[in-house]
Design a protein around this ligand. Structure first.
Ligand code: ATP
Ligand code: MG
Length: 137
């Protein structure tokens, strides 16, 4: 059993897609074991996406992440990290497979509705940034 970290991004919360996206997540067999709606601060968003700080889209990305509430989640299941990446679909919704969250809901490569951890190490780090162990049940 594995855990991954998920964010429903501002384009999703502002379009009332929290429930629709959670339905896709749960249908895929991933269990939502922690969840909260929050407004990310600028320092939190910069820290979260620090690996992309040298990329040309970093400013745009961080501004977007603080532009409206997000829902942060911990998902649990067999191979949760790889499974959620599959359920999310490609970063660019134009390249995302049928039935994936990004194919169904994303607006663009920037406003792409969801984040999911890309490795076990990052899942641990990202979960710890937003949740304490007693909030994960
Ligand atoms: P995430 O980390 O959010 O799960 P990802 O792992 O599929 O997405 P990354 O390469 O880690 O993709 O990029 C992080 C985020 O940065 C993307 O989800 C997207 O919102 C934004 N991003 C990536 N490439 C671009 C781009 N060319 N223009 C604008 N935003 C981008
Ligand atoms: Mg990523």
């Amino acid at each position: 059993i594995e855990r991954t970290f998920s964010i429903l991004k501002p384009d999703a919360t502002t379009r009332n897609l929290t429930g629709a996206i959670n339905a896709v997540i749960e249908k895929a067999g991933l269990k939502i074991v922690a969840q909260k709606r929050m407004r990310m601060s600028l320092p939190e968003a910069r820290r979260f996406y620090a690996v992309h700080s040298e990329r040309p889209f970093f400013g745009e990305l961080v501004d977007f992440m603080v532009s409206a509430p997000v829902v942060v989640q911990v998902l649990e299941g067999e191979n949760a990290i790889a499974k959620y990446r599959e359920v999310m679909g490609a970063t660019n919704p134009a390249q995302a497979a049928e039935g994936t969250i990004r194919k169904l809901f994303a607006l663009s490569v920037g406003e792409n509705s969801v984040h999911g951890s890309d490795s076990a190490d990052n899942a641990k780090i990202e979960i710890a940034q937003f949740f304490s162990e007693n909030e994960i049940i």
